[in-house]
Design a protein around this ligand. Sequence first.
Ligand SMILES: NC(=O)c1ccc[n+]([C@@H]2O[C@H](COP(=O)([O-])OP(=O)(O)OC[C@H]3O[C@@H](n4cnc5c(N)ncnc54)[C@H](O)[C@@H]3O)[C@@H](O)[C@H]2O)c1
Length: 106
Amino acid sequence: MVLLENHVVLITGAGSGLGLGIARYCKMQGAEVIVTDISTEKIQQLETEFSERDLLLTCDVTRIADLEFCQQQIVQKYGRLDAVIGAQGIFDGNVAIKNMTAEHRP
Ligand SMILES: NC(=O)c1ccc[n+]([C@@H]2O[C@H](COP(=O)([O-])OP(=O)(O)OC[C@H]3O[C@@H](n4cnc5c(N)ncnc54)[C@H](O)[C@@H]3O)[C@@H](O)[C@H]2O)c1
């Protein structure tokens, strides 16, 4: 039995480490995965591992424009998103999301 069939899962900071491990696990469990990382080089190295069902994108999670680009690509390809896993592990300075502006940088 697979746990994530018919699920679309976005993993940010997934070019290596925990994020890549989570992306591989979600895929193994039947999900369609969107693998994103700030490093284009890391994303390019993963192109052969993931399939056409999946989406690989360069995305710096601190940049609103990058996040909007991802949103656009995800909506276009899947029309929905079921889960988001943030694995980049960057420190936000303890600023609550509701207090962040578009210019906020960690
Ligand atoms: N690996 C572990 O066992 C472990 C255990 C506990 C906690 N952590 C914490 O989890 C976090 C991730 O650890 P890891 O081992 O996976 O590290 P990692 O360096 O292998 O992976 C982090 C990924 O995030 C990407 N990244 C960095 N800044 C980004 C940004 N602004 N936007 C998008 N992607 C960005 C990096 O390019 C990298 O591919 C760290 O904060 C680490 O301290 C890791």
